[in-house]
Write a protein that binds this ligand. Structure first.
Ligand code: EPS
Length: 462
């Protein structure tokens, strides 16, 4: 695969409320949120600066998060999935449809198996939202598995008469590349189903639900997150010099979520051929986040750097094996003059500190902080490890050589992975926004962000 070509042009318009420009305001303080003490300090000459004292919450995710937290629960063929997101400012306009739209996007994509025809993912909002607005309390969502109907006997949480006989379809031939084998030994289980049900990528439904709420928060401050497939199973997609302003409208229109129609045809054919061969395919998605103000994240400590927070979040997606930021690995091959983005004054770019860079090889991050340029990340997924023409393994009941279990599965889930990657990026960036601007309510967050942007504007009024 060719190294990614940079720069792309990412057209977007910065939306800056008029209150942000030119004037400082006496906007005293954001009240402390659970984990931090944000303070916006106003000077008599109208300038403001913000100070933040952060304390890390006990995070239940892999990723160091500072204010937002989410956790998921649920097995692939159990009764349903649960997603709980905490730390969302009160007053965020929110409906179940906002989340369901994203869940539907995740279910699309050529190459999925029959399961996606069975499920019609939608949330039931259990808490944290009233009359279309977030309350600031934990938001709990339930997504029922329609396939549960066919699995009640096998997945029943209760002991059934005749157990363990009723559950004889035990999975004992672990799939190479899956969590099956190590999970069975580590958790002392005899049936790999006890592992694979939770290791299943079905769990990503609950992530997309949490990410959809984070996306709503970002939208409120003029930030968008989109993705497209740039590679699938050996086929590169041409990326246009200018990405469409509405990236997802363009990529979602393609069955493989790519912007290159010639590559799309080849990818679809390849998926068909691979299915006939009983094999699976991986690929690469690009995620782009536009409209971010400069200065989210921090250079001061390892766990506050956004590079690590983003890479950790993305690498936690099942089957993801690599993340590149900007030029990524390509930056290691060429001299610095071909890597770093030169700065020039640009009065049209208030969110980038009135600086234009011309190129965005850094992918929107310097020193672990946003530069105000679009955030550009590439995420690589390995092929799914359930092969209909199975690889060799052992039967753990006998230790004898065997063909690995071949359960119904997908040929590829790369198009869906882009949507999941968007959700994880939305979570990390929404966390960084609330970390920087604080606020128990959306109004408070907006005021703090306005004050910060006025301060930046005052410093860069060249
Ligand atoms: C998956 C196997 C397939 C996928 C599933 C992930 O499910 P099943 O075994 O029921 O056919 O469809 O993905 C989803 C259910 C989903 O919602 O994305 C696996 O083993 O990881």
């Amino acid at each position: 695969m060719e190294p990614p070509r940079f720069p792309y042009r990412h057209p977007y318009r910065e939306v800056v409320p008029s209150t942000q420009l030119g004037r400082g305001r006496v906007d005293n303080v954001a009240r402390p949120l659970h984990y931090r003490l944000p303070k916006l300090i106003a000077w008599t000459d109208g300038r403001t600066h913000s100070r933040t004292i952060s304390r890390r919450p006990l995070s239940s995710t892999l990723v160091p998060s500072f204010v937002l937290r989410f956790t998921t629960a649920g097995e692939s063929h159990g009764p349903g999935l649960v997603s709980i997101l905490e730390g969302v400012p009160a007053g965020l306009p929110l409906s179940a449809q906002d989340v369901d739209r994203e869940l539907r996007r995740r279910q699309q994509g050529y190459g999925r198996g029959r399961r996606m025809q069975i499920e019609q993912d939608a949330i039931e909002l259990l808490s944290g939202v009233r009359a279309g607005q977030a309350l600031g309390s934990p938001i709990a969502m339930l997504i029922r598995n329609r396939d549960w109907r066919s699995w009640q006997e096998i997945m029943d949480p209760a002991v059934r008469e005749g157990d363990p006989a009723a559950r004889r379809r035990a999975v004992t031939r672990p799939r190479p590349g899956h969590a099956d084998f190590v999970g069975m030994l580590k958790y002392d289980r005899e049936d790999a189903r006890d592992i694979l049900e939770r290791a299943s990528a079905r769990e990503t439904t609950a992530r997309v639900a949490a990410g959809a709420i984070c996306r709503r928060l970002l939208e409120e401050i003029g930030v968008s997150v989109g993705s497209h497939v740039v590679h699938l199973g050996g086929i590169d997609a041409e990326t246009p010099a200018e990405l469409p302003a509405d990236l997802n409208a363009a990529s979602d229109a393609s069955p493989v979520r790519t912007l290159d129609s010639a590559a799309e045809r080849q990818m679809v054919e390849l998926i068909d051929r691979t299915k006939r061969a009983g094999d699976t395919l991986g690929g690469v998605c690009e995620v782009v986040c536009r409209g971010l103000p400069l200065g989210l994240g921090s250079h001061v400590s390892w766990d506050r750097k956004l590079d690590g927070r983003l890479a950790g979040a993305l690498m936690s997606i099942p089957a993801v094996k690599g993340v590149e930021i900007g030029m990524g690995f390509g930056a290691a091959r060429v001299p610095g003059s071909a890597v770093h983005d030169e700065l020039g004054a640009d009065p049209q770019r208030p969110r980038a500190g009135h600086v234009g860079r011309g190129t965005n090889r850094a992918g929107g991050l310097e020193g672990g902080m946003t530069t105000g340029e679009p955030l550009v990340l590439r995420v690589a997924m390995k092929p799914i490890s359930t092969l209909m023409k199975p690889l060799g393994t052992i039967d753990v009941t006998t230790g004898e050589p065997a063909a690995a279990t071949a359960e119904r599965s997908d040929v590829t889930a790369v198009p869906a992975m882009g949507v999941i990657a968007e959700a994880m990026v939305a979570f990390v960036m929404a966390d960084a926004v609330v970390e920087k601007f604080g606020g128990d309510s959306l109004n408070e967050l907006r005021r703090n962000m306005d004050g910060y942007l006025s301060q930046v504007a005052a410093r860069t009024n060249w």
